[in-house]
Design a protein around this ligand. Structure first.
Ligand code: TMP
Ligand code: ASP
Length: 237
């Protein structure tokens, strides 16, 4: 199913899909990193969990008319996706204050944002993924002004769908990170993954953190909380 290894990232390997032009195989790894690779570990089962969770989320988005690069799951840890050229932006949407925004802007954790806040970070490990504005994004990527607007609108649409999806399984979608890619035909679609690695997910009843913050902060068992997210999503699907 897969041939040449094209790229290895911190959480996934990307292969050319064998005999399928314009398609890739994403292989989810068990590795976890935080603080731009400053903290590293490996968790048996993480690749399987993120592969499954990401597939369920992309399918839910597709059901609401939001297309992504996701085509199908191939096995426990791999999925087939459309090949895109990733636009080097980490598009973060925040509904509730947590993480970097609390430190950067002195906003108290758990503050609710009536209007979701979108932030762009420049995807560049050497620079530590700095926060940038729209003008920087235009300069640093090949996206046009119309495409930057499209990306922000899409991110807000995705937020609406995901907020409802998680609400229905008693989870608050605090914030999340998206990446977009350009297909061979020039169009821009949602790419990468959506998983507890890339979202903050709090139990709506207890406030318990059910995402990668348990690893970042060393406060819980990563596999246990990712299993809980998968279990709730599967019960709903
Ligand atoms: P932040 O509060 O650290 O800026 O993170 C915002 C959201 O983006 C959070 O849900 C975690 C996610 N995220 C990633 O997916 N990758 C990253 O490299 C970082 C820093 C955050
Ligand atoms: N993904 C980033 C890293 O690998 C940071 C994070 O998710 O906290 O270091």
């Amino acid at each position: 199913m897969k041939s040449e290894l094209l790229y290895e990232g911190k959480a996934k390997k990307v292969y050319q899909a064998e005999g399928k032009n314009g398609q890739l195989v994403l292989s989810y790894k068990n590795d976890a990193t935080a603080f731009n690779g400053g903290k590293k570990d490996s968790f048996e089962g993480k690749g399987r969990l993120n592969n499954k969770i990401s597939a369920l989320i992309f399918s839910a988005l597709s059901g609401q008319g939001i297309e992504s690069h996701f085509i199908e799951s191939l096995n426990e840890t791999e999925q087939l996706v459309y090949q895109t050229e990733i636009i080097p932006l980490e598009v973060v949407v925040r509904n509730v204050a947590s993480g970097s925004i609390t430190k950067r802007l002195g906003i108290e954790e758990k503050t609710q944002f009536e209007n979701p806040i979108i932030e762009f970070f420049y995807k560049n490990d050497e620079l530590g993924d700095p926060l940038i504005n729209d003008e920087h994004a235009l300069y640093l990527t090949n996206a046009t002004p119309g495409e930057i607007t499209f990306i922000k609108e899409k991110a807000l649409d995705i937020n609406e769908v995901l907020k409802k999806l998680f609400q229905s399984i008693t989870i608050t979608l605090v914030d999340f990170k998206l990446e977009f890619g350009r297909k061979a035909d020039g169009s821009i679609i949602l790419s990468d993954e959506i998983s507890p690695d890339t979202c903050r997910l709090w139990d709506a009843a207890t406030g318990e953190k059910l995402d990668k913050d348990v690893f970042r902060q060393g406060t819980g068992d990563l596999i246990e909380v990712y299993e809980e997210i998968l279990k709730r999503l599967e019960a709903k699907a």
